[in-house]
Design a protein around this ligand. Structure first.
Ligand code: PEP
Length: 248
C-alpha cells in the first residue's frame, strides 16, 4: 500500500443508493498498484456493501470508529473484528466528532487503535486543536499531548496513520493556511521521529479540514502532508476523485 493516502469520511451520511458513488470511485481508481491509496470510510451499514461495490478495484473501504473490545455487551457499538469481517482495511479513531459527541478520551482512542491493529486494520488516529486552543497559542502542545496519549504502546511507525484535523476547519469551509499546516505537520513528524527514530518517517500524516478539489493540490504540496482525510467533499465521486488525482 502506498504511503500517500486519500481517505474519505462519509460520517453519518449515505444510504444504499449512495453506493453508486463508491462504484464510480472504484471504476476510476481501477485495479493494480497505485501510487496513491484511495480509501472511503463508510457508515457501518455500508461497509460490506461498499466492499462489494469496490470489488476488483484498488479502492479500500474503512470504518469510522471501533470499540476497544472484540465482542461483548456494548449495545450499538461495532468492533474492529466486525469491520475487518465486513471487508474494511482501515478505521478512523479519535475523530473530533467522536471525541466531542461520545467523550472519547486519548486513552480510549489508544485502545481503539490497538483494537484496530489486533484485527488487522490500519488505524487513522485523528488529532487537532480547537479554535480557542489555537488562539491561546496551544496548538502544538495540544496536538503533541494527543499524539502521546492516543498512539498505543508497541505499535510500529508504519502500522498507522495520523490525521491532523484542526477542529475549527472541519465542515466549516475554513481551511488552515499552508503555513499553519506546515508548522503542525512538521511538529508531528518531529514528534514521530522522537518516538520511533528514523522509522517515524514512515507514518502517513494526513491533513483534514474543508479540503476540496480547489484547494487539494496546494495542501498536498505542503511538506510532511502525505494525503488527506476528507469529509463533505468525499460524498460525491467526482469531487473525491479530483482530490485523489491531485495527489498522484
Ligand atoms: C472530516 O470529517 O474529517 C473532515 C475533515 O470534514 P470536512 O472535509 O467536511 O471538513
Amino acid at each position: 500500500m502506498s504511503r500517500t493516502l486519500i481517505a474519505g469520511n462519509w460520517k453519518m451520511n449515505g444510504l444504499r443508493e449512495s453506493l453508486s458513488q463508491v462504484e464510480a470511485v472504484a471504476a476510476a481508481v481501477g485495479g493494480g498498484e497505485a501510487s496513491v491509496t484511495a480509501l472511503l470510510c463508510l457508515p457501518a451499514t455500508l461497509v460490506a456493501l461498499g466492499r462489494a461495490a469496490a470489488a476488483d478495484s484498488a479502492l479500500r473501504i474503512g470504518g469510522e470508529t471501533c470499540h476497544p473490545n472484540a465482542k461483548g455487551a456494548h449495545t450499538g457499538d461495532i468492533s474492529a473484528e466486525m469491520l475487518a469481517d465486513a471487508g474494511a482495511s482501515h478505521v478512523i479513531v479519535g475523530h473530533s466528532e467522536r471525541r466531542a459527541d461520545h467523550g472519547e478520551t486519548d486513552s480510549v482512542v489508544a485502545a481503539q487503535a490497538s483494537a484496530a491493529l489486533r484485527a488487522g486494520l490500519v488505524p487513522i488516529i485523528c488529532v487537532g486543536e480547537s479554535l480557542a486552543e489555537r488562539e491561546a497559542g496551544q496548538t502544538l502542545a495540544r496536538v503533541e499531548s494527543q499524539l502521546a496519549g492516543s498512539i498505543p504502546d508497541g505499535v510500529g511507525a508504519g502500522d498507522f496513520a495520523i490525521a491532523y484535523e484542526p477542529i475549527w476547519a472541519i465542515g466549516t469551509g475554513k481551511v488552515a493556511n499552508t503555513d499553519q499546516i506546515a508548522e503542525v505537520h512538521g511538529a508531528i513528524r518531529a514528534w514521530l521521529a522522537g518516538r520511533f527514530d528514523a522509522s517515524g518517517a514512515e507514518t502517513p500524516i494526513l491533513y483534514g479540514g474543508s479540503m476540496n478539489p480547489a484547494n487539494a493540490a496546494e495542501i498536498l504540496a505542503v511538506p510532511n502532508v502525505n494525503g488527506g482525510l476528507i469529509g463533505g467533499a468525499s460524498l460525491k465521486a467526482d469531487d473525491f476523485l479530483s482530490i485523489y488525482r491531485a495527489a498522484i
